[in-house]
Design a protein around this ligand. Structure first.
Ligand code: ARG
Length: 308
């Protein structure tokens, strides 16, 4: 498949089944929430304070679920990464106390689906920029070829750029954090098609807040966060779109769910309609509590990064 970007059109001349297969992700990467807190407000959810002790317990429960269902789990410690940045980085990075959103490790990078290569993010907000240097240090120590965008475009990794299940195809959200130009470059670099979807609602500032691709045929979606053309584009890609009601999407982070293996779907608890619909479509929901992280604007999907 050649590199190409698609904007919202009701019928992109693209069929996921025509795109080359990619192997399933094998490792779930996590960053310990050792300095997690809500210290600034860069999305509309960030209005209160989080309880660090409760957050740590909730995070551990999520990691344990992945331990049970994913092939491998890798946990990074911000202090260790910080030391690595001091040893290897071009200039001293800020200390981990100043990076309270590090735990959302879907955002700082996007690994290549098959090669040991990674594209680092260019965060849209000043508050989160230095997190990328922490991840760079880790990837370098692991022997990855580390790449950066040539364009000045902002790009927030796998919070906005979602791999289509089983295929070398990306569905990318833009409008709040990531820019369209970033997807043009991503598409060229990784030689994959990218279907771009415009985000229209600030509560869903990342694509993973309104969309989760569950398997090759099914997506979980809050349609109110996309344009009509965007919803139609998605409908033309997947057979079944499971619609999530507004309240469960915005207050319950129901779409920030992750289908670990195309069967088990980890999601925030307290979303009864989404859970019922998942059951109806043959999925097995695994409900966890990420309430403290939701106060920062994230839940299950963005608390991990899937590595090939
Ligand atoms: N406070 C973080 C931010 O606004 C939360 C990121 C959550 N990540 C996600 N992919 N939804 O950037």
């Amino acid at each position: 498949m050649t590199a190409r970007v698609y904007t919202e059109t009701a019928d992109p001349d693209l069929r996921p089944e025509d795109v080359p297969r990619r192997p399933a992700h094998g490792t779930a990467l996590f960053v310990r929430p050792s300095h997690f807190q809500v210290l600034y407000r860069i999305n509309p959810h960030m209005t209160g304070r989080a309880d660090p002790a409760v957050a740590t317990e909730q995070w551990q429960t999520v990691v344990d679920v992945y331990d049970d269902y994913a092939t491998d789990v890798e946990v990074l410690d911000p202090s260790t990464l910080y030391e690595q940045t001091l040893r290897d980085g071009p200039k001293p990075a800020p200390a981990p106390e100043r990076l309270p959103d590090m735990v959302f490790c879907a955002n700082q990078s996007m690994p290549h689906p098959t090669e040991k290569r990674v594209l680092l993010s260019h965060m849209a907000t000043r508050e989160r920029m230095a997190e990328v240097e922490y991840l760079r240090a880790w990837y370098e120590s692991e022997g990855y070829a580390v790449e950066q965008l040539d364009t000045q475009a902002t790009f927030e990794g796998m919070g906005d750029a979602l791999w289509y299940p089983g295929r070398e195809l990306v569905v990318g959200g833009y409008g709040f954090r990531s820019e369209r130009r970033a997807y043009e470059e991503l598409s060229e670099r990784f030689d994959v098609p990218v279907v771009m979807l415009k985000l229209t609602l600030e509560d869903c500032y990342h694509l993973d807040v309104c969309l989760s691709l569950l398997d090759e045929e099914t997506a979980l979606l809050y349609p109110g966060a996309l344009t009509d053309a965007g919803v139609e584009t998605l409908q033309s890609l997947v057979d079944t779109v499971i619609e999530v009601p507004r309240e469960e999407a915005i207050e319950g982070f129901a779409c920030n769910a992750h289908s670990i293996d195309g069967q088990h779907v980890v999601l925030q608890r307290g979303n009864p309609e989404t859970v019922r619909k998942l059951h109806d479509h043959g999925f097995e929901p695994i409900e966890v509590d990420t309430s403290e992280f939701m106060k920062a604007g994230g839940s299950v999907f963005c608390m991990k990064l899937m590595l090939p």
